[in-house]
Design a protein around this ligand. Structure first.
Ligand code: ATP
Ligand code: MG
Length: 302
């Protein structure tokens, strides 16, 4: 079995981890020709130790007899972006969907192990946790934008009303805040009552992000959020995800190595249902410890 290296519960981001790749990593440097410098050395946040938002312990998952996740262990750092990468079918989406208990909608699925959500220290995959509660606490943005056939305003307000918020001024304030956080306010503030279906694909995806953010989720999950978008819309959503770490903990699945390098603080490489390697994004892309990781990020397979 492949050993996964992973940080322990309290994660400290050393300042200046975005140094250029060492010269011996010429192949990687050439392949991942994108700046890893999301955090400058004087960025306050970069030197701030972060806490664990969730810790995954010995997580296994089955679709019927199919053993899709095998003994996963990792820490999701609070208010940071963690990327999940790996070849098609390795279990990235399966792993993501454990957090909001999406699998409970399918008969014959089974979890084993723990995903401990902090600071409450509750196990998201235990029988005692109602799937609906997990979904209330953990938001998700899907591959294809999926706005409701409602107005822009009502799309974002939906989750608030579902949670019992009735006061219009409060709803308005929260909707505006979420649209601003999703970098969509300026484009929509004069057309909030128009149908969300009239937005462009990129705008719809940012609307879905606003809809996810408005209820202040503890973790926001993204499953290939830009794969259906054009390069310009992709750039906007990526930029947005990078800024979201001020508000929320992000776990993102992506097939795009450059995207993982650009937006994430930590990267986990999965292969055949196992977690092969996990670490600081700059380390994973410039100095992977496992050959399988290196082969994948240099495009030798996947
Ligand atoms: N609903 C399901 N029922 C049964 N098996 C499934 C189901 N969804 C996924 N699988 C299987 O579980 C394994 C992991 O699939 P998963 O969708 O998590 O991979 P992935 O890494 O997200 O792949 P991709 O990059 O193609 O999206 C695959 O072997 C897949 O065939
Ligand atoms: Mg997937």
């Amino acid at each position: 079995m492949l050993e996964a290296s992973h940080p322990t519960a309290a994660v400290t981001i050393p300042p200046g981890t975005d140094a250029a790749p060492p010269p011996e990593n010429r192949v990687l440097k050439k392949r991942i020709a994108v700046p890893l410098a999301r955090r400058s050395p004087d960025d306050k946040q970069a030197s701030t130790p972060t806490q664990a938002k969730a810790t995954v312990h010995n997580l296994d998952f089955w679709y019927g007899k199919k053993h899709a996740l095998k003994n996963l262990n990792l820490t999701v750092a609070e208010r940071r972006v963690t990327a999940l990468i790996g070849p098609s079918g390795c279990g990235k989406s399966t792993f993501l969907r454990c957090f909001n208990r999406m699998h409970d909608l399918q008969i014959g699925t089974r979890y084993q192990g723990r995903i401990m959500l902090q600071p409450d220290n509750v196990n998201l995959v235990s029988r005692d946790m109602q799937p609906i509660e997990a979904r209330m606490r953990i938001g998700m943005v899907f591959q294809r934008p999926n706005p409701f056939p409602k107005s822009i305003f009502d799309n974002v307000a939906y989750g608030l009303r579902l949670r019992g918020m009735r006061k219009h001024s409060e709803i308005e304030e929260s909707v505006e805040h979420a649209l601003r956080s999703a970098a969509l306010w300026e484009e929509t503030k004069d057309r909030l009552q128009e149908s969300a279906l009239a937005l462009s694909g990129g705008q719809m995806q940012r609307l879905c992000i606003a809809r996810g953010l408005v209820t202040k989720p503890e973790i926001l999950l993204f499953d290939e959020p830009t794969s259906a978008l054009d390069p310009l819309a992709t750039a906007k959503v990526e930029e947005l995800i990078s800024t979201l770490r001020d508000e929320v903990t992000v776990l993102i699945v992506t097939h795009n190595m450059q995207q993982a390098a650009r937006v994430s603080d930590y990267t986990a490489f999965m292969f055949l249902g196992e977690l092969v390697e996990f670490g600081d994004t700059s380390q994973i892309f410039t100095n992977p410890q496992q050959k399988a990781t290196e082969d994948y990020i240099t495009g030798r397979y996947g």
